[in-house]
Design a protein around this ligand. Sequence first.
Ligand code: N7H
Length: 488
Amino acid sequence: PEQLGTIQGDIWTKGFPKYHETYYFFSIKTGKASLFSQRLKVLATQTPPLISSLKKARDDHNFISMEREKYITAEKLKGIPKKEIHPPTVPIANALIAFTSKGLKAIQDDSPSKNLGLLDIEDTDPAFVAGMSSDKVRTTLNDPATKKWDVLFQSTKIHGLLKIAGSSPEMVKERLMRIQVTLKHGEAIEDAAPTDSQVVGWTRPNDRGKEHFGFEDGISQPRMNGIDSPDPAPEPNMNTAQELLIVTDKTASENQDVRRPAWMQNGSFLVFRKLEQDVAAFECLTKKYWAATKCESQEQMGAKLMGRWQSGAPIATFETKDTADPGKAKVMNNFVYGAESPCPVSAHIRKTNIREKLDGNEPDQRCRRTRMIRNGIPYGLDYKGHENDGSTRGLLFACYQGHIEDSFQHMQASWSNEPTFRNADFGHDPIIGQVPDSSEGKPGKLKTSFLGSDKSLQTVEFAPLVTLKGGEYFFVPPISALSTPLGS
Ligand code: N7H
């Protein structure tokens, strides 16, 4: 479909191919929005493009696997054993640009002749307009006070984001620099905060694909009807594109508020959260309680909290131990839960994807509308078993969706944070659940339950393992809108 050329490439099941990623937060300089718009148009029309479409992301994935295959075949012909074949990394960089509502407002205010329809967005997307640091959003999500956030995210001047992904830090750096030069850094844009305005992530070199708690991530993603081919092991619910993208065309949009301005078509909302993970606390929790809570092993308790084993194998299918075949686990998305499922209702992946009927609706609108594309990346050095090692680590969480309130906010607030969701006995999502700070500003405790091997209800109470260090809501426009109306 032709829209592949205008949808930004990270808004896709596979996202940008990456080993390294930089998030750069910028501000449009006061009084310089017209210059910025001119530069944005230049950025949008450059060849080869500096901002990557979905078509480019898809071509890159295909190119990488072709190169890999070629290399492996050639090495095999030389008689090199499979174990010793390590295909080199293909040098690649891709970039996405996104704006906060403040950024859109800065562009609009400087060019009264433009009509971005921001009043309509106030009606349709109030959380986006308010921003993640607003009291309204923070109380909805039980987020910690902004004074506890990283200084960068306390900035009131974040107007835009460049999310740059690539094969190496050098490839990423070079792409970022070229975009900064094009957008006239120093003249039209500047760093969003007086401190370092970049956040850097990487796929952990010793454990690619796994996040810091040790679990394989990026297994379950919605597929977009009309864009992705059906999954060989399909999830029960294929998403229509309009649950993940903005659709302003009345005939196509069954779920969305069509009052959004037409230029937003094929864009998507991006939720960014820097989430610090306390790996020592996670390991300590499962080590201390697995036997007392009648789990078969420490690993099984971890799997009950997550809903998957470290390999990615779902506990719904592999109840007592992990599968020895991680390749098999990876395609293990074809399962549902049901009343007798060994997967606790509170487990992270069950809280965040119901995979069954809610309130008897079929197909379940609520579940489908809550789904999101997740394309985050870990940050920080590996935890090596030394508590207080002076390092912090976690996940640069990024997800795309057609509507923030319906998707991310609903998942976080009404499912993960809500101890009574579906079954009052099972409590919070143990991974990302958030409770409000106490009146003295101390973090509250999470309480989560699951069944032990003898089917008895077991409950653990603990300080949250994941802490928000800041974040923001962005809109990722279609590439066409960077020329007009955002550019000029
Ligand atoms: Fe989660 N983790 O690595 O421990 N997540 N997540 N997440 N998450 C998932 O199925 C993790 C966070 C979802 O369709 C897996 O792809 C961590 C937020 C959704 O079955 C693992 C953090 C939100 C799914 C993790 C974190 C979500 C999912 C299994 C924070 C949204 C898919 C891999 C530091 C509000 C569920 C997989 C499905 C899966 C981890 C955050 C949502 C291992 C560490 C904030 C929708």
